[in-house]
Design a protein around this ligand. Structure first.
Ligand SMILES: *Cc1c(COP(=O)(O)O)cnc(C)c1O
Length: 389
């Protein structure tokens, strides 16, 4: 039914715009853990809520539609979604993975999957020759995060998924940073899209959730089997919060991406800033790929000050953004990757990847960007006192 509508309209006008039983314009929260069965030999559509529940089902269908996928799955967190997708693998399989992947994914792959005999190789996914050279006969998954966290490197989803197909492997894409409002990996070759729905999809820093969307029916069956077997499903209250957040996804992404472009440009021209990592700059190494595969560079970028001391002075003096782990919320969030998202990565691995101790990441919220710029200007003046006066 919603095929003919644009993305913005589909967020509101989909199969779940009202409840057919009552006309209620919000998806009912069905708390039941189990469902009465009329027959001994054949059960109804719902039997037990870990396997399926009408509230979760609504969310799963909505996200599948938004990502142009065959089927969606809701999990208790982004890591539950990512870990469940990895459970599609078996002992002896090998994963090729972006080297500056989210810290929790790094931890999962290097300290948990390895104990089950699943091997991994970290690779710079932006270097196709390096990716090709790292493929092994047992490579089963190419795991991409684009733009990557926190250095905003952009991977060519189509090129990598073509390579994966040639090697009979799946492509998983963590689409947390851009969301289907800005990038749809399944439509350009990926097999599974993963989300920390804790971030932009829910958008209000008030729910922990994960989503996966699968392109093809056979793989959907396999992931559905894992979801039911492993059981890390999302609770119904959180499903509802997430569906509510999704309704404003387009307007939030639009405002935040435009504001991010303004603030990134301002910081890029500031003498107290050493470097800004933002895929919207025409001199970003993968600017063209970003333009090609997404409709915007998104609302997150990173920037490096001249020293750790300057970074500390800036963070102490800045007033508007919350200083916190996470991203993708109505309020701007400033994070310190070395101590937050990438704390699980050992310091040497971090340095090798260019995640310096003076690097900060900003996720732009819904404030007026001029207020954020004024706030940053005042805080950067304090760092200038350190270095230049
Ligand atoms: C936050 C995050 C995750 C993990 O999600 P949780 O909901 O915290 O479990 C995975 N990938 C990326 C890119 C993230 O930002």
């Amino acid at each position: 039914m919603s095929e003919q509508y644009s993305f913005e309209t589909k967020l509101l006008h989909n199969k779940y715009k009202f409840d057919p039983a009552t006309g209620a314009v919000s998806v009912p929260i069905q708390h039941a853990s189990t469902f009465h069965q009329q027959e001994i030999d054949s059960f109804g559509k719902y039997d037990y809520a870990r396997s399926q529940n009408p509230t979760r089902e609504a969310l799963e269908e909505i996200i599948a539609d938004l990502e142009d996928g065959f089927k969606g799955f809701a999990f208790a967190s982004g890591m539950a979604a990512i870990s469940s997708a990895f459970l599609l693998l078996s002992q002896g399989d090998h994963v090729l993975i972006s080297e500056d992947v989210y810290g929790g994914t790094y931890r999962m792959v290097t300290t948990v999957l390895n104990r089950f005999g699943i091997e991994h190789t970290f690779v710079d996914m932006t270097d196709l020759a390096a990716v090709e050279a790292a493929v092994k006969p047992n490579t089963k998954v190419f795991y991409i995060e684009t733009p990557s966290n926190p250095l905003m490197k952009v991977t060519d989803i189509k090129a990598v998924s073509d390579l994966a197909k040639q090697n009979d492997a799946w492509t998983f894409v963590d689409n947390t940073f851009l969301t289907p409002a800005l990038q749809k990996p399944l439509s350009i070759g990926a097999d599974i899209v993963l989300h920390s729905a804790t971030k932009f999809l829910s958008g209000h820093s008030d729910v922990i959730a994960g989503l996966a969307v699968v392109k093809d029916e056979e793989l959907a069956k396999q992931l559905g089997y894992i979801q039911n077997s492993f059981g890390a499903v999302l609770g119904v209250q959180d499903c509802w919060l997430l569906m509510r957040g999704l309704k404003t996804l387009s307007v939030r992404m639009k405002h935040s991406s435009e504001a991010a472009a303004e603030i990134a440009t301002y910081l890029n021209n500031h003498p107290a800033i050493k470097k800004v990592y933002y895929p919207g700059f025409s001199d970003h190494p993968q600017f063209d790929i970003q333009q090609e595969q997404a409709t915007s560079p998104g609302a997150v970028f990173s920037f490096e000050l001249h020293s750790e001391e300057a970074m500390r002075t800036f963070v102490k003096n800045v007033e508007l953004p919350v200083f916190a782990v996470s991203l993708g919320a109505v309020e701007s969030i400033l994070s310190y990757p070395a101590k937050m998202s990438h704390a699980a990565m050992d310091p040497i691995a971090r340095q090798e990847r260019g995640i310096s101790d003076a690097l900060l990441r900003l996720s732009v919220g819904l404030e007026n960007p001029q207020d954020l710029i004024a706030d940053f200007e005042a805080a950067l003046k304090k760092t200038a006192e350190l270095h230049y006066i």
